[in-house]
Design a protein around this ligand. Structure first.
Ligand code: GLU
Ligand code: ZN
Length: 282
């Protein structure tokens, strides 16, 4: 930017770039996170856009304040800067409003399946990762236009519809919604009986609220993007651009996200590595 000149917004692109870093404070950030967040940071820099830190602390069981401090510290050490911060646990009202909108649109249904029902429905061991299993549709026809506390709610996906999107790194993607053969994902959770939104709902509500123009995250979330596109459609929210980064694996081929040891940024830093040396590993 020119010295002393305060460029008004209209001098930039029509829609200014906004990205986000969305770590879950459930553990220490490791090398894999660092790489994805570094890409997100560079994209925002190149576009002269803004970057948000979104603290995805809704998992009351696993999220811990010490990990929130650690992630801020580790990201800063790595050389990443962000402009503003959003804390999901302070946004429950917004998520509830979105849920009410979905209820009014008859886009979701209460699911009273027990853990056992769900396990039985899981006939074939399905996924290569920890992705949500395909729901068998047992409660699909349950009506419920008023909110019932203490039950799960699922999004009723359009059976057999193929959801397509273009990923800026992985290319054209397509996933089939439904519960029949060939489906990639089924009626997914939007609200949990403990009173919290699912990751899918909170993410879509916040991406819209923060006016995110480009989502940069790991490619383990490609299928979640298809789910989120359906939620955006139902909530009449815009769909941002997506860029899913490759996952880093260790020498044995294990995804780094599955490891909580020596490859945390903290341990690498404590072992004497500089941020520059670490970035060279990307
Ligand atoms: N909090 C999520 C994770 O750490 C990332 C969600 C996202 O970027 O949409 O896996
Ligand atoms: Zn059910």
């Amino acid at each position: 930017m020119g010295k002393g000149i305060d460029y008004p917004h209209y001098m930039h692109a029509v829609v200014p770039y906004a990205g986000r870093l969305a770590p879950s404070p459930t553990g220490l950030l490791h090398l894999g996170h660092a790489r994805t967040f570094w890409v997100a940071y560079e994209r925002a820099q190149q576009a002269q856009g803004t970057l948000w830190l979104r603290n995805e602390d809704l998992d009351g069981q696993r999220a811990r304040p010490e990990f929130v401090d650690a992630m801020r510290e580790d990201l800063t050490w790595l050389g990443i800067r962000w402009q503003d911060e959003l804390i999901q646990s302070e946004r429950l009202r917004a998520y509830r409003e979105a849920l009410d909108q979905l209820l009014a649109a008859d886009a979701i249904f209460p699911c009273t399946c027990s853990r056992k029902d769900l396990q039985q429905a899981l006939a074939a061991p399905h996924e290569d990762n920890d992705d949500e299993p395909i729901y068998n549709g047992r409660c699909r026809q349950q009506a419920g236009s008023t909110f019932q506390p203490g039950v799960n709610y699922r999004f009723r996906v359009p059976d057999g519809e193929r959801i397509r999107f273009n990923d800026l790194h992985c290319g054209t993607q397509s996933f089939v919604a439904g519960s029949g053969p060939g489906a990639d994902f089924g009626d997914f959770l939007v609200w949990r009986k403990d009173g919290l939104p699912s990751y899918q709902l909170a993410c879509v509500v916040d991406d819209a609220f923060q006016q995110i123009t480009e989502v940069v995250r790991g490619r383990d979330l490609l299928k979640s993007t298809a789910r989120q596109i359906l939620l955006q459609r139902a909530l009449q929210l815009p769909t941002p651009a997506y860029l899913h980064t490759d996952l880093m694996r260790d020498h044995a081929g294990v995804r780094l996200a599955k490891r909580h040891d020596a490859l945390s940024l903290r341990s690498l830093r404590e072992s004497g590595m500089t941020a520059e040396q670490l970035r060279a590993l990307f």
